[in-house]
Structure formats: structure tokens, C-alpha cells
Design a binder for this molecule. Structure first.
Ligand SMILES: *Cc1c(COP(=O)(O)O)cnc(C)c1O
Length: 421
């Protein structure tokens, strides 16, 4: 459920008519709903009620400062994957003890910054990383709290580019070697082993792979405790999928996911962390775009819109589906026709949908891409020197621009000319 609904025939974001935002900021733009962000965060928080837990928002899905502040204000922690994200989390007022640092390639500088600013835990993904973290922490005279990310070798049954839990993926250490690596960690200076971490992929639409992974983590917890490690925290990652295609998808609900966690690891008495990104931010955002031209081609009609692959890359990168709806609600039984919906970028890959049935549209009509709040703005680029599009946050009947569209001069002046030119 989200808060983008038709009201009196016009798409609204909460209580704000979408055309009013378009008139104020120009198209294309991202629009996020505070109520939807809050609702999705609370679904996870409530699903783990009765268990000591922290929901860490995977901010790589949407790292706008206003989004982070909204979630932090509700008690969310943050899962960060770079020094930049760590700085963003701190800038949004998230205390270090609510920030988890994930990622396969943390640099010494990133480790140092997190140890200085405060960190809940590093999720360590390899032995070289463990050794480097030990060196950095020791040189600073501090201890780095860590969980080791184990790779449980389960098939997440998702898109290959976002599956992370198979042994051939670059993530984590093979679970079969965990005992050895935990022993190594325990012997290293500057390292405090607090738990186990697992994250098997993104956009999972079944619970079964989670269940298999959590069972393996539970077994490992017992094994490591028997070896004398004080395993007190389990980070179970993110990855729960969302219904991108509302007509035919119904992924598991957070409450079912929470129950699965309780069933599989509840008996261990560990504090639970989860790192959902997409399920919190995905359906909390839309991308609003304007039809520039309707072009008739050989046996097909193209809707050429002012958003492009540089603004929302998911369709061209992952062949992802986004529901696309007109901002003006079509009359019941209105005529429909198939369109190829494309952006202006000079690549055939700049195609959002092929032969998508839509009501008949004209130049100047507004459309909205649903489920665009996750892996949308954060993956945008200025390819074709198209400005990064504005982000807008709605709260009840108010809206605010939370990232401005840069001017062409601002974009151009980021380049500098060497003195020999
Ligand atoms: C990407 C990622 C997440 C979030 O995944 P979602 O599918 O957005 O929930 C969580 N943890 C780690 C380590 C990740 O890389």
C-alpha cells in the first residue's frame, strides 16, 4: 500500500495533487511520500516486536538527506556501503551506534572515518578486510565491533545482477570457512566479534531462500558459541521484494518475514538487525514525467517522454518493470492502446516499456512511474548532459523540494580547464 492515489480523477501524493508539484518544479521529478516511508519502516519494526532489534535502512536505495531524516526520526538505523553514505547518515543526525557499515571494498580512510565518528558494527566480507580493519583500529587504539558476512550458498531466485548469496558471488566468506575466519578474528588486536551477517540478494519474492539462509546462520551461531565466541547479534540483511507489477505479483509481507526470522533464529536470544532498502523506499516514490511527443512508427506508436534512462536506469539495466500510469485518471472503460515508452537519450536501451497498454495520451500529458523510490534517484547520472532531476518530499498537504535541479551553468562549471587551454 502507498499514498499515491487518484482523488477526483487526479493522481495525488498524499494530499497534494501531482500536477501542482509539476507546475512548481517542472518535469521530470521524483516525488516521495512521508507517510509511505513511515508506514513501511513501521511494518518491519512491528514485525520484529518482542525481539530486541534494529531496522537499519539500506540507504543505497535512497540516500536523500530528507528521506534519511524522516526515517531516523522514527528510530531507524542505517546500513551504509561507502564513506560517502556514512557521512550522509551522520549529516542526517543518525548516531554512530545506529550505523552498520557493509560492502566488499572498504578503504582504510573509510574505516578510520567510521571508527572516529562512531560505528555500531562493520560487516566484514573477507580476510584481507579483517586484517586491514585490525591494523586501522589498533593504530587508533580502539576496537572495531564486527560481524562477518557469511555467504550461505543459497539461490535467492532473483535477477542475476542483484543475487549475492551464491558461492560464485563476490560477497562474504563461504560459510564452510566461517569457523576458521572467526578464530582468526578473535585472535586479532583491535577486533571485537559481536555477530554474524548475511545478505543474499535483493528483490526476493519468496520466503524460502531467506529461510534456508537463516537456518544456516542459526546453525553457525551454535557452532561459533561452542568455540567460545560471544555471538550476540545477527544481521540478516535486506532484500525483501516489492510488487513492481501490481496486477500479478504479491511478494511476502514484512510480518511474514518477521515471523520467519523469529521461527528460525528466535531461540538464540540474539539481537536482530535487518537492512531493508527497497521495501521501505521503493513504493514510497514515483517518477513524474511529461509526454514530449507521440510518434507513429512502423507498426507501433512511441511515447517520447522527458524522463530517460539516466534518471531511472532500472528498466535498461535490469530489464525491470515499472507500472506507468497517467496522472489524469482515465475514465472507466476508456480506450487503450499499446505504446513503446522511451526517453530522449541516444540509445535504444533508453526504453522504459515496450508495447505497454495505456490510455490514449497526447503531448503535454503527465505520466507517473510507480515504485521509483528505490534505486531511482541514487542511480541517476547526467548522461547526455541531462540535469539530475529534482526530488520532492510530500508530507500530508505540504511538499518541499529536497534536491534542486542544477542549472546548466552549475553542471558545466564543475569541469575545470587546464591552464594550457
Ligand atoms: C543492497 C543491500 C541491502 C538492501 O537490499 P534491498 O533489496 O534494497 O532491501 C541490504 N544489505 C546489503 C548489504 C546490501 O548490499
Amino acid at each position: 500500500m502507498d499514498h499515491f492515489l487518484y482523488r477526483d480523477g487526479i493522481l495525488h501524493a498524499e494530499d497534494v495533487p501531482v500536477p501542482a508539484i509539476a507546475a512548481a518544479v517542472g518535469t521530470p521529478f521524483y516525488c516521495y511520500s512521508t507517510a509511505t516511508l513511515a508506514r513501511h519502516f513501521k511494518l518491519f519494526d512491528e514485525a520484529l516486536e518482542g525481539t530486541e532489534h534494529l531496522v537499519c535502512f539500506a540507504m543505497k536505495s535512497n540516500s536523500n538527506q530528507a528521506v534519511l531524516k524522516t526515517l531516523a526520526g522514527l528510530g531507524a538505523g542505517m546500513d551504509v556501503v561507502s564513506g560517502g553514505e556514512y557521512a550522509r547518515a551522520k549529516a542526517a543526525g543518525v548516531p554512530g551506534d545506529r550505523i552498520v557499515f557493509s560492502g566488499v571494498g572498504k578503504t582504510r580512510e573509510e574505516m578510520r572515518a567510521a571508527l572516529e565518528g562512531g560505528i555500531r558494527q562493520f560487516n566484514v566480507e573477507s580476510e584481507p578486510e579483517l586484517i586491514q580493519l585490525s591494523e586501522v583500529a589498533s593504530s587508533m587504539g580502539v576496537e572495531a565491533p564486527i560481524a562477518i558476512r557469511v555467504n550461505p550458498d543459497v539461490d535467492a531466485k532473483t535477477h542475476e545482477k542483484i543475487a549475492t548469496g551464491k558461492s560464485e558471488n563476490k560477497f562474504g566468506i563461504p560459510i564452510a570457512r566461517a569457523k576458521e575466519v572467526y578464530a582468526q578474528a578473535a585472535a586479532l588486536p583491535g577486533i571485537d566479534v559481536v555477530g554474524i551477517d548475511v545478505h543474499i540478494g535483493s528483490q526476493l519474492t519468496e520466503l524460502e531462500p531467506f529461510g534456508l539462509a537463516f537456518e544456516k546462520v542459526a546453525e553457525l551461531t551454535e557452532v561459533l558459541r561452542a568455540e567460545g565466541h560471544n555471538i550476540r547479534r545477527l544481521d540478516l540483511g535486506g532484500g525483501l521484494g516489492i510488487p513492481y507489477e501490481r496486477s500479478n505479483e504479491a511478494p511476502p509481507l514484512p510480518i511474514e518475514y518477521g515471523q520467519l526470522i523469529k521461527d528460525k533464529v528466535g531461540h538464540l536470544g540474539c539481537e536482530i538487525e535487518i537492512e531493508p532498502g527497497r521495501l521501505i523506499s521503493g513504493n514510497a516514490g514515483i517518477l513524474v514525467s511529461d509526454v514530449i511527443f507521440v510518434k507513429s512508427g512502423e507498426g507501433r506508436d512511441f511515447l517520447i517522454v522527458d524522463a530517460a534512462m539516466n534518471d531511472l536506469v532500472r528498466p535498461s539495466m535490469y530489464s525491470a518493470h515499472h507500472d506507468i500510469i497517467p496522472v489524469v485518471e482515465p475514465a472507466a472503460g476508456a480506450e487503450q492502446q499499446p505504446y513503446d515508452i522511451v526517453g530522449p537519450v541516444c540509445e535504444t536501451g533508453d526504453t522504459f516499456a515496450k508495447q505497454r497498454n495505456m490510455p490514449v495520451l497526447q503531448a503535454g500529458d503527465l505520466i507517473a512511474f510507480r515504485s521509483a523510490g528505490a534505486y531511482g534517484a541514487v542511480m541517476a547520472s547526467e548522461y547526455n548532459t541531462r540535469a539530475l532531476i529534482p526530488e520532492v518530499l510530500v508530507h500530508e498537504d505540504q511538499f518541499a523540494v529536497i534536491r534542486q535541479r542544477p542549472t546548466f551553468d552549475e553542471m558545466i562549471n564543475r569541469d575545470t580547464i587546464p591552464e594550457w587551454l
